[in-house]
Write a protein that binds this ligand. Structure first.
Ligand code: SF4
Length: 448
């Protein structure tokens, strides 16, 4: 349904590799496993034919590598142990490899397209990125929702980000192809994400294709820094953008700029949110709760009300979502920053009450959020959702620690992030002995 970009890259690379090595069509070539992120992971290609097999490990060349070419080295292994170079079939393959990878370093190479494709693939493999991180068809309460990640580049560099700024992504034509494929299966709601989508010059054309050509309602996940420039915002609204979900983590400029590692951008995000509201966009805010933001949650909620709700009765901020970041790209900073739930409870409840009293829909129980037992002292703050209705991709990042055994709310709870269990176990979780009455008022997804 959605074309597999990595498989297509592999399909491009294999004939290039076959031709460059000079192997006949009788030898079958295929890439082996794509797995989790492991540094310096080699690409693994299986050579098979005449009842023999050999695995090539292709990776960045070490200075002392025996067979190296254009910055790549190749080593040969067999999954079941040593191979015999005396075997005539294997020996023939090794001669091909030696001839190409053993050529003098100064000799001109004709492997440009091959090594370019391998390098692109190597980045995906090394970072454990697969197609599902670039595009998805999701189930939402209002039907199917498409998700496209435009790229990983960003004009900020948040400590809480799970992505690396250098991570590879699919090229523009592939993203447009996925958009058309999503439209073909009937998707009418689309989320565009990054990195930071607004720094990609072709974003407005993508929005135009989605909204104008396919009649989709488009939501943009953004830090809104670029919205401070009204002409950027106007291009997107003219293209048909209707919704913006903005990362806005703190009311304190210093705290925010330290978290985003982008000095001066807090001010521009605030201006961007105002501009987006003035332009008539539906605006929701995402606040990540970590060690740097947790103590300022109430002030953050009051700032939102004072800046984006009270003075903007015609189009106030519609929704605030609190989330607990997980799987930081920088794992060491995650250990310092992921706060335990017993520390989150009081400031988060206060923030939710401030927003509720101002008429803002606020939630902290989304698939990136917190468990319902965090709000057990005020169940009226809970937007109960059946866990089984949530998207399987999002649920896969969650788990139920030991304290959840026997909890009456378990069917309505996706638990905590897996990283939380590793760092804090069951800390802060208190099982419900019975479901609160409020569960009768099951709420639907507040997003448009
Ligand atoms: S105790 Fe566990 S199952 Fe119950 S609400 Fe908390 S996290 Fe969810």
């Amino acid at each position: 349904m959605l074309s597999p970009y990595l498989a297509m890259l592999e399909a491009d690379a294999l004939p290039l590799l076959r031709t460059w090595l000079g192997l006949s069509d009788a030898v079958s070539l295929r890439f082996l496993t794509h797995g989790p992120r492991v540094e310096s992971k080699p690409l693994r290609v299986a050579l098979e034919g005449e009842g023999r097999s050999l695995t090539l490990l292709l990776e960045e060349a070490a200075p002392d590598a025996k067979w190296r070419r254009d910055g790549w080295q190749v080593t040969c292994v067999r999954p079941d142990g040593e191979f015999s170079a005396r075997d005539p079939v294997i020996a023939g393959w090794l001669r091909h490899l030696a001839r190409r990878f053993g050529e003098p370093a100064g000799r001109a190479s004709d492997g440009g397209a091959l090594f370019e494709t391998l390098e692109h693939l190597r980045l995906f493999h090394a970072e454990g990125i697969d197609d599902s991180q670039l595009r998805r068809l999701e189930t939402a309460t209002h039907g199917m929702r498409g998700f496209l990640r435009i790229g990983h580049r960003c004009n900020q560099d948040c400590t809480i980000c799970p992505q690396g700024r250098h991570w590879p992504s699919a090229p523009e034509p592939q993203v447009f192809r996925w958009l058309d494929e999503l439209a073909a299966v009937g998707v009418r709601h689309l989320t565009l994400s990054g990195g930071e989508p607004t720094i990609y010059p072709w974003l407005a054309r993508l929005v135009e294709r989605a909204a104008g050509t396919h009649g989709m309602r488009v939501l943009l996940q953004t830090n809104a820094v670029q919205f401070a420039k009204k002409r950027v915002l106007r291009r997107l609204t003219d293209a048909g953008l209707e919704y913006a979900f903005v990362s806005f983590h703190s009311a304190d400029e210093d705290v925010s700029d330290r978290l985003t590692r982008a000095p001066g951008t807090h001010r521009r995000t605030v201006e961007g949110i105002r501009n987006a509201l003035d332009a008539g966009l539906w605006v929701g805010l995402n606040c990540c709760v970590d060690a740097s933001t947790v103590d300022g949650l109430e002030a953050h909620a009051r700032f939102i009300v004072a800046q984006f709700v009270t003075p903007r009765a015609h189009n106030p901020v519609a929704h605030v979502e609190y989330s607990q970041p997980g799987a930081y790209y920088d794992e060491a900073s995650m250990e310092r920053a992921m706060v335990s739930l017993d520390r989150v409870r009081a400031p988060l409840v206060e923030a939710l009450r401030v927003l509720r009293d101002a008429g803002v829909h606020a939630d902290c129980l989304g698939t990136c959020g917190f468990p319902p037992c965090l709000l057990r002292d005020d169940p009226s703050l809970v937007s109960w959702r059946l866990a089984g209705r949530l998207d399987a991709h999002d649920r896969s990042a969650r788990c139920h620690p030991a304290a959840c055994d026997g909890c009456a709310a378990r069917d309505y709870c996706v638990g905590v992030r897996r990283e939380y269990r590793v760092l804090h176990g069951s800390r802060g979780l208190v099982a419900f002995s019975a479901m609160p009455d409020a569960v009768e008022a099951l709420e639907v997804d507040p997003e448009p």
